[in-house]
Design a protein around this ligand. Structure first.
Ligand code: 13P
Ligand code: SF4
Length: 344
């Protein structure tokens, strides 16, 4: 049973003013209902670090794209995975674990960045670039559709983009769709010719260097952590450019007491909840897609086991190959066993 007072004490750290004791009574009742349905449906709930704070309360695992795909692949006994994140993340869970029902509680929760590349445009671009570069390799960010992943040689996440591109045998690499992450990796890999796609995340693109500079100037000793989806002039101001899970780990382990997480606002909420002894400032923007999933959506998705992610098997296999390649190129010992049997 969830206790409204305990919830209030915790959630009000995330966004003071939004959560009241009254709303926490309603939230606690919904969380109890989800816990009961989750057991009845033999389901696990995976949640991305940008989700609403009340969603964290019923998640079995909270993480970044890399961690979530590893977790999804390792779900063995549960019958369903309820994925609280954006569509490409739920789709990735289905790609790596086709034997489970993957439920995405709100169909509208897409991703502006993933929408910037489709498989038709990619096929044309590959054909064109192969005329110039016969060793061309294609690396796609995980923020892409399964169809785009299926046309790529390897997938990567914000946590391992540099590692994946560095390990590709090709010198010429088409990286898509995020030009900011691609540029960030390319700057650190002068031996590679990284050709950038013209895409970006509309949320991170809006964060201006001035807002980071103002907070940094006011709080000496503050550590600035930026997501590599931010613009180059913002990433340059950071003490570290990290994936969302990397930022949580950094804040937990650093001796510093004050941090500025330059990314989507959900991460600042998560840090305030998970690292209560430190101080977090905000230079963030809200991703409306990440906030679309509500507790009511989760209840309804568990009641109906809908909306379900369904993939064409050819596309799924192609996407699985590019995700498997990501693990082969980086941490072979971490390859989820469900993907292992197809490696040799
Ligand atoms: P992470 O993999 O770092 O969590 O990033 C996912 C994302 O969509 C960032 O906008
Ligand atoms: Fe997509 Fe940007 Fe939202 Fe991340 S923050 S899910 S990249 S729109």
């Amino acid at each position: 049973m969830f206790d409204a007072k305990e919830l209030y004490a915790k959630l009000s750290r995330a966004d003071a003013g939004f959560y009241t004791l009254d709303t926490c009574h309603t939230i606690a009742a919904k969380l109890d209902r989800i816990a009961e349905l989750k057991q009845r449906r033999n389901a696990v709930i995976l949640a991305h670090n940008y989700q609403r704070p009340e969603i964290f309360e019923i998640a079995d695992y909270i993480g970044d794209s890399l961690g979530l795909s590893l977790q999804a692949a390792e779900v063995k006994t549960a019958e369903a995975i309820v994925f609280c994140g954006v569509h490409f993340m739920a789709e990735t869970a289905k790609v790596v674990n086709p034997g489970r029902k993957v439920i995405h509680p709100n169909r509208q929760a897409g991703c502006s960045l993933a929408d910037m590349a489709d498989e038709v445009d990619l096929a044309v671009r590959i054909k064109d670039l192969r005329r110039q570069f016969d060793d061309l390799g294609i690396v796609c960010y995980v923020n892409t559709t399964a169809a785009v992943k299926a046309l790529s040689d390897a997938c990567c996440t914000s946590a391992n983009a540099i590692e994946v591109i560095a390990a590709m045998p090709n010198r010429n690499i088409l990286f898509l769709p995020d030009c900011n992450l691609g540029r960030y990796a390319a700057q650190r890999l002068p031996e590679k010719n990284v050709i950038l796609w013209d895409g970006f995340c509309a949320v991170h693109q809006e964060i201006e260097p001035a807002s980071v500079e103002a907070i940094r100037a006011a709080y000496p000793g503050l550590k600035v952590l930026a997501h590599p989806e931010c613009r180059d002039d913002v990433v340059r101001l950071a003490d570290a450019a990290l994936s969302t899970a990397g930022m949580v780990k950094y804040a937990q382990n650093s001796p510093a007491q004050m941090f500025l997480a330059v990314t989507e606002c959900g991460l600042s909420d998560l840090l305030a909840i998970q690292v209560p002894n430190k101080q977090f400032f905000r230079a963030c923007k809200i991703c409306r897609f990440m906030k679309m999933i509500t507790l009511d959506d989760v209840i309804s998705s568990l009641e109906n086991l809908q909306p379900e992610i369904v993939l064409d098997e050819g596309v799924r296999k192609g996407a699985e190959r590019s995700i498997r390649r990501m693990f082969e190129l980086t941490v072979k010992e971490k390859i989820p066993p469900t993907l292992l049997n197809e490696i040799d």
